[in-house]
Write a protein that binds this ligand. Structure first.
Ligand SMILES: NS(=O)(=O)c1ccc(Cc2ccc([N+](=O)[O-])cc2)cc1
Ligand SMILES: [Zn+2]
Length: 234
């Protein structure tokens, strides 16, 4: 008899190390559109990002992450009350197979990938890490990605991926880039109180997921797939 060792390394083991993962507002979720209530009289969501500053693309071991390096930006309004949030970093989630890389699903449908723009509450907290531990500390803009035409703004990052193939690799670039160009044209969104989708799974995220997917080319998806295995192998 060969002893069978079942090695569980996925989300199922996260609860052991990150008790938050057992919480009541865990992300990602399936957005059941028929159950979403209309936004009513919520104020408009507004954002402003700096364009001309050096950014770093990092390989954190899954997908890729762009650090804003503390340069100024603002996200306010919508579900965020009177607090002002600042962009800390943005990153992606891709699947190991095309078409199933997104974290959130909409009526059970997954998308090819999902971009997250991670902001923290500068009105109430003094650092990203402090804010990341508070229920109203973070606000993440989620953008669903589907295969279609090439995305020129995203390509400014995708073309750098061959230079950060290993975990910990980092490359700094100063080509002007406007994160607002990563967002869809129509800015209708779903919002709900949730958590970080990967460890430490802290329940500190106000999720704002845009309804309209953004198109990226099949080549851009392939480049992401061949350089990164999605966070699922964390
Ligand atoms: N995918 S996501 O929910 O947008 C997400 C965003 C950021 C992070 C990274 C992270 C966020 C917070 C901390 N912390 O406070 O120790 C450590 C790592 C993890 C996950
Ligand atoms: Zn994410």
């Amino acid at each position: 008899l060969v002893p069978v060792v079942i090695l569980i390394v996925g989300p199922a083991t996260w609860v052991e190390k990150f008790p938050e993962a057992r919480g009541t507002r865990q992300s990602p979720v399936d957005i059941v559109t028929s159950r979403a209530s209309s936004g009513g009289s919520a104020p408009p969501l507004v954002w402003r990002y700096s364009v001309n500053h050096p950014r770093s693309v990092v390989n954190p071991g899954y997908c890729w992450r762009v650090d804003e390096n503390g340069y100024d930006s603002e996200l306010r309004g919508g579900p965020l009350g009177s607090d002002v949030y600042k962009l800390q970093q943005w990153h992606c989630h891709w699947g190991s197979v095309n078409g199933e890389g997104s974290e959130h699903t909409v009526d059970g449908r997954a998308f090819s990938g999902e971009l997250h723009l991670v902001h923290w509450n500068t009105s109430k907290y003094n650092s990203f890490t402090e804010a990341a531990g508070q229920p109203d500390g973070l606000a993440v803009l989620g953008v669903l990605l589907m295969v279609g035409s090439k995305h020129d703004e995203l390509d400014k990052v995708v073309r750098l991926l061959p230079y950060i193939q290993h975990k910990g690799d980092k490359v700094t670039f100063s080509e002007p880039l406007n994160p607002a160009n990563l967002l869809p044209k129509r800015i209708a969104y779903w919002t709900y109180p949730g958590s970080l989708t990967t460890p430490p799974c802290t329940e500190s995220v106000t999720w704002i997921l845009f309804k309209e997917p953004v198109q990226v080319s099949a080549e851009q998806v392939r480049l992401n797939l061949c350089y990164y295995v999605n966070g699922k192998n964390v």
